[in-house]
Design a protein around this ligand. Sequence first.
Ligand code: DGJ
Length: 796
Amino acid sequence: MIIKDDNCFILNTTNTTYAFRVMDTGHLEHLYYGRKINISKETLSAIVEKHEFINGNLNYYDNEHKNIGLENIKLELSSYGKGDIRESSIDLVFEDGSFTSDFLYVSSQVNKLKTGIPDLPTAYDDCKAGAELEVVLKEKYHEIYLHLYYYVFTDCDCITRRMTIVNKDNESVKIKKIMSLQLDFDDYRYILSTFNGAWAREMNRNDFKITSGKHVNASYCGVSSSRSNPFIMLRKYHTDEDMGDAYGFNLIYSGNHYEAFEVNSFNKARLVLGINPQLFEYTLKTNESFNTPEAVMTYSKNGLNDMSNNMHEFVREHIVRGAWKAKPRPVLLNSWEASYFHINEHSLLKLANEAKKCGIELFVLDDGWFGKRSDDTKSLGDWEVNQHKLPHGINGLSQKIKKLGLDFGLWVEPEMINVDSDLYRLHPEWVIDITNRDHSEGRNQRILDYTNPAVTDYIIEKMTEVFASGDISYVKWDMNRIFSDYYSKALKPEEQSSLSHRYCVGLYKVMKELTDRFPHILFEGCASGGNRFDLGILCYFPQIWASDDTDALCRAQMQHNYSYGYPLSVVGAHVSNVPNHQTLRKTPLETRFNVAAFGIFGYELNLVDLNDEEKKAIKAQVEIYKKYRHTLQFGRFYRGRSFQVFNSNETVLNQSDGNLLEWTVVSQNQEEAIGLMMQKINVANTSTHLYYPKGLKEDFLYNIKNREMKYNVKEFGDLINMLSPVHIKQDSFLHNVIAKFVKLDGEKENYIAYGDTLMYAGLHLHQAFAGTGYNDKVRYFPDFGSRIYFITKEEK
Ligand code: DGJ
């Protein structure tokens, strides 16, 4: 709901309030963002900062307002040159070279519908339950207007903001910096969390206490990047997963982004979010306009889990769109880690056949199917099937896969080109590089110039051909390098410094057109794993491959950290072989399943080479996943303990802190939940563990069970001799024969308890194996061991 009069604006969601007002000077003063408060235009003055005299040596705004020093006032929109020296929202350079600007209030209105923009994706509100506030500001001495758009998503406690700048002046103006959101706080006592990493090491959470100065989280590699995801959080010092003030922010954008948190000399804090201004410049001629990406913010008084659930709901309901929005996603098998480039029709069909036997629903052919693509040095750009590998083409293969009873999916990388390709030989000018200079390639490839309409039109048609070339119901859209040698032969010199933004606009045009042309296809984004995991991509592709690292230990923490900003329904997660291809670590097959099940689930390994016991186990996993899929994909997700421990009180940690990870996903009606508890390493002589589910209904009576398992005796090595009447040499023929026929029963947990009991007292699990005995009441819980628990509402 929006309350507006001439000089105050109050934006309410179900549980939050955001307020600002127009000052006498015409500037917009930010008043408040946080838990819902009772406030109206009549009672507003209690929360307005008093400005009687200016502080110390601050510059005053003008002769009529000697009491106003913009450096120490919370603002909705800050520019440089009139006293505010903090991070600005907008930096402009006028034709005379001056760069002071001053935006003052002109008008405002509440729009019935959310205003869209043609060039960038934005959040949408299908049920039209929200409301939009549009505030117009004007530069004091130029006919340059800023339109600030606030949209209130009441249901999920989210507010979005973006800006449009319109140049009605008879001079052009250079935009050096333009942010989407600026948020000022009265106080600096927040912890900023950013999510940084690298290839195969995405989403490490880093926490910063900033008491003065600033911290910047930004990407300058052309994509949102695994180096620094655009999702960030702020929380009060004592906030934890389940209590306290927590804010989350994200940008609906896939290019260079910038988030700065600054504390000024008066202990006020400011956050800005938007396109990275580093080497960005955009010239606006008369009557031209520029739209910023849309930023989203949310707040919860109930800790990080609740904040995350707001974001999850926002992404599920207002970002992801199309036929797959709420549709259960199929269990897939991807050919990449099974065979890399070594594929042919025969081997793929063998793999697909095994997949079918295990209950898998979708077979995905990854890289290697086109041109002369025998490795990653060639053929990107030549999207013609390799007839040697696939003599019956994509159509022939897809029909055969369909006949096996599986859907068929295909990998493409349409933004890229190898110099060793027919497309490059034909159109070297279609590439982002600087003519006659050495080029810094990434994965032996260059980037196609999506700022050039000839290129985007070509790709749209080429991909249309590819996607129509067989019975294709899924596409994995990859993008495997970051930008370098920025230069487009299609842009004018003054347009080069906005190349990376224009690239994004071109990319969105291509994605929009292709997803419109193929509405039935389930698209999965990918960029060397999670190098472009952002809300811009999710506006077109309902899911993203989270990381090329499929190691269950790494994945558990990574998925835990993705969940701060993104719901399970958008995070691609696969079971792969051991030793793991990225870490050489061996984790139990059940743990690989348990972790991947909390995501958009699939397999990525050579099923053909597995033994019967493993295939049987996989078949059982797929069956279980399908049974609980709806809750696993679309439930409310709660983090418990984590391997990454943050200790804001600086006390010494116990050795078992950070050794357990705990998740619960709960159906929207709270009648079903699935929990996970995973251990990093076995701490000797530790047998007592409790599992604490979250998100249950306190007064519902539940049945909680573990997934019952049987274990291969070989897991216990030569301890078999503790039971055997004859000596068995480890790994001998006899040991293997016994292992084939004798399976050890695992523990059975089966209880009835109220939601409050489970959540607050915790479930005391059967003792874990601790070197003093094993029977069917002891929990086999080795290094990287894990269990999943099924919780269902009992009828009273
Ligand atoms: C990088 C992706 O992240 C992988 O999953 C795989 O598709 C390869 N590219 C193929 O080249």
